[in-house]
Write a protein that binds this ligand. Structure first.
Ligand code: ATP
Ligand code: MG
Length: 383
């Protein structure tokens, strides 16, 4: 996919602008706080209809305005014009594809086929399991049919079971109040576990290759710790890709049965893929250890970059097209060996459009590719 045209109105500090992107991409150079990340945030908004920085829509609206609009045209096997608008006063969001209102926002997701590389990605490795589940959920929602629908179904039935567990507010809850929600949870939960397990076993080796290519020495691995695992215990096995979904369902039923009394005391469901872990380990000190606890800053950055490159590879394989790489200051915090190996890898892996932001022109270094340089100052972009 290639982003050709981007029209902005009052998104953060970017004002009113129309940008025409070269097919190979561009390097956007600017000092701190000029709007580099805002620009990538605007582009990725057309992929996911939310801020990749986790900001609310109201925060994305220019301080002095009530409404923002973004429109982008992408070329590729499925050309599309995607537009989004938000009104701070009515808190309403509107999304259109080729001028037609999307029935649901989820129907318009993923039209750009873009991946963002951000310095804050290190948080995916150093943070709790929830941030890595979120990564998995986003990658799979954008790239696997039925995943998002299954996830929503799982969340709905989980919330109903939790509500039933709490219904007696301190008093005894009977099994019959809770069990009606379980079959729906088991059905959707087992499918989530299988899809997550398949993704990790398919792409784990790619993650390791990317990590090694950047680190030039130490290694890292991804493994999936589903809850319940394929042997029925939480977080122990990661061979779910080969386990039949019916086996996963059976284990999940057993676990819900075993834990329901404890769950009713706590008022929450303790077993299920909402407690899964996508484990990132680094080989350090002669063994594989969780990067979250033992990785250095540079190792976590490297692992985060490898996760994003793996996300990009998923898009490439799924859609048979090059993803758009949105690279926000990727070389920050890497030593010179790692940053030059990353530059080589980005140039090799990303043969499609690359939109790169850097604080200094001398930081633009993709071997074998010359990207035009644009400059940004107080939100205004000039070629
Ligand atoms: P750095 O190199 O430090 O990462 P950057 O160029 O990526 O900087 P951005 O995060 O894109 O900077 O932009 C930050 C600027 O945008 C800040 O000056 C901030 O005040 C401004 N800004 C953020 N939200 C809004 C908004 N809703 N309306 C207007 N300006 C905003
Ligand atoms: Mg920034």
């Amino acid at each position: 996919m290639v982003l050709r045209k981007l029209e902005l109105r009052h998104f953060r500090n970017l004002g009113i602008q129309e940008l025409h992107f070269p097919p190979e991409g561009v390097a956007v150079v600017g000092d701190n706080a000029q709007g580099k990340t805002n620009l990538l945030e605007a582009i990725y908004y057309l992929e996911s209809f939310r801020s990749f920085r986790g900001a609310g829509d109201a925060e994305l609206t220019a301080f002095s305005e009530d409404v923002f609009h973004i429109r982008g045209s992408v070329d590729g096997s499925e050309p599309a014009t995607v537009a989004a608008g938000f009104d701070r006063k009515t808190r309403s969001k509107r999304v259109t594809v080729d001028g037609n209102d999307a029935a649901r926002i989820s129907a318009a997701l993923g039209r750009l086929g873009a991946v963002v590389f951000s310095p804050s990605d290190a948080g995916m490795v150093s943070g709790g399991p929830g941030v890595r589940r979120r990564f998995l959920d986003i990658v799979l929602s954008l790239n696997r049919r039925r995943y998002l629908e299954t996830l929503q179904e799982y969340r709905r039935t989980l919330a109903q079971r939790n509500a039933a567990l709490r219904a007696a507010s301190g008093g005894p809850v009977s099994r019959e109040w809770v069990s009606p929600w379980e079959e729906g949870m088991v059905e959707s939960g087992a499918r989530l576990i299988r899809m997550r397990g398949e993704w990790v076993s398919t792409w784990g080796p790619h993650f390791t290759r990317c990590y090694e290519a950047i680190s030039g020495g130490d290694s890292a691995a991804l493994s999936y710790r589903p809850n319940p695992g394929s042997d029925g215990t939480p977080g122990t096995a990661d061979d779910t890709a080969t386990a039949a979904e019916s086996t996963l369902r059976e284990h999940f039923r057993v676990r819900l049965n075993e834990s329901w009394q404890r769950d009713s005391r706590l008022g929450v469901t303790s077993a299920g893929p909402h407690r899964d872990e996508l484990l990132v380990t680094v080989s350090t000190g002669g063994g594989a250890r969780p990067a979250r606890a033992y990785g250095s800053g540079g190792q976590r950055r490297t692992a985060a970059l490898a996760l994003r490159l793996t996300e990009a590879a998923t898009i490439r394989q799924q859609r048979g097209e090059e993803p758009i790489l949105l690279v926000d200051d990727a070389f920050a915090e890497l030593d010179s060996g790692r940053s030059s190996r990353l530059a080589t890898l980005l140039a090799e892996e990303g043969t499609g459009q690359v939109i790169l932001t850097v604080p200094k022109e001398s930081d633009v270094r993709l071997p074998g590719r010359s990207l035009p340089c644009w400059h940004i100052r107080a939100g205004v972009i000039a070629a």
